[in-house]
Ligand binder design. Structure first.
Ligand SMILES: *Cc1c(COP(=O)(O)O)cnc(C)c1O
Length: 358
């Protein structure tokens, strides 16, 4: 071993979903939105002067922050923005999880949480979801250094009622509770309405899924001004100019067309509800998803070979080779046409693997 190697830090990184680029592929593996962003986004990017790129962007990202505050009926002091919610969540771990007590999040959840905990040296415990992949709220009533979970959860799609989230908040008034609402717009109830009552609550959302802007990287946190100030202090100690100029312009523009946003959401929800029926028809079982994906398992077809067979046909879904969920596939809801490609593939797969699967 070379002397310099002794001081290199080695970590086990988060594994993002693959980003293949194949003609005619059906990409249902990273929960992107199948519809394009609002036309206001294109207009804003077209209007941008490349000359402006000479200058640093506004470090406070004021125009976007103000627009988000307006959209949610909050004040700009209640809004923090970052480079995707991954950046926002990483900042939250750095800022709020500094206790010697363990931070709590579910055993089956967004797999970035334990990666950040490891990276920042935050102790953590992962209470197990119940047999129906629901969070057991009582698991979060014990002493801890903070709480974080997505609602709806990923990769399960399962949403918890707002009353359960409020119960968790009531039992955790001494720590920061973060609700990661990456998928909330697809049908769950947001905890934003609880911000007024719980000063220790932080709601994190993203433009990547419901607003069709995964490629721009915009995320935000909503919470009481003291929390937002703390987040900004950490951000300014790390990287002041997080959001670039195109992201600030396009993100602001995306918030102008609420009608288009609602229309694409309704389309995805309708396709998801049809997908539940179609996939059940093939024998898949799943808990009820309120997100833009389904987390499915099958009594006969093993998930990994099916994942590989789909992949060979350029249909990409997500497979996690992890304890408890290694016989599940996470399938993003695409357009109707993309979903038809999936169903056609499954019909053929059914014939080839011997017909009746019920
Ligand atoms: C997709 C996702 C995120 C991160 O999304 P960004 O693209 O970084 O905004 C955060 N949390 C969950 C649960 C997600 O699924």
């Amino acid at each position: 071993m070379k002397a310099w190697e002794a001081n290199i830090r080695h970590v086990t990184p988060y594994t993002p979903g693959e980003q293949p680029d194949r003609p005619d592929m059906v990409k249902l593996n990273t929960n992107e939105n199948p519809y394009p962003p609002a036309k206001e986004v294109r207009e804003a990017l077209h209007k941008m002067e490349t000359e402006a790129l000479r200058l640093y962007p506004d470090p406070a990202a004021s125009q976007l922050t103000n627009e988000l505050a307006r959209f949610y009926g909050l004040t700009p002091e209640q809004v923090f923005v970052g480079v995707g919610s991954d950046d926002v969540l990483a900042m939250c771990f750095l800022t709020f999880f500094n206790s010697k007590k363990p931070v709590l999040f579910p055993d089956i959840t967004y797999s970035f949480y334990h990666v950040w905990a490891e990276l920042f040296g935050v102790p953590y415990e992962r209470p197990a979801l119940d047999g129906r992949l629901h969070l057991r709220k009582e698991d979060y009533y014990r002493e801890n250094g903070g709480v974080i979970f997505p609602n709806p959860n990923a990769p399960t799609g399962v949403a918890e009622p707002l009353s359960d989230i409020e119960d968790i908040l009531e039992h955790n008034t001494d720590v920061i509770v973060i609700v990661d609402e990456a998928y909330v717009d697809f049908g769950a109830r947001s905890a934003i309405s609880l911000l007024e009552t719980y000063e220790n609550l932080l709601v994190v959302q993203t433009f990547s899924k419901s607003r069709s802007l995964a490629g721009l990287r915009i995320g935000y946190a909503l919470g009481n001004p003291a929390l937002i100030r703390a987040l900004n202090d950490v951000k300014y100690s790390f990287n002041s100019y997080t959001l670039n100029r195109p992201a600030l312009e396009a993100g602001t523009a995306a918030l102008q067309n609420e009608a288009y946003w609602r229309k694409t959401l309704a389309k995805i929800v309708a396709t998801r509800e049809r997908a539940k029926k179609r996939l059940a028809g093939f024998g898949f079982t799943f808990e009820d998803s309120q997100a833009n994906f389904l987390f499915v398992t099958h009594p006969v077809w093993k998930a990994e070979p099916l994942f590989l067979a789909l992949r060979k046909s350029d249909i990409y879904v997500r497979y996690f080779k992890q304890p408890r969920i290694d016989n599940y596939l996470r399938i993003t809801i695409g357009t109707e046409k993309e979903m038809e490609r999936l169903y056609t593939f499954l019909e053929k797969y059914q014939e080839e693997t011997g017909g009746d699967v019920s």
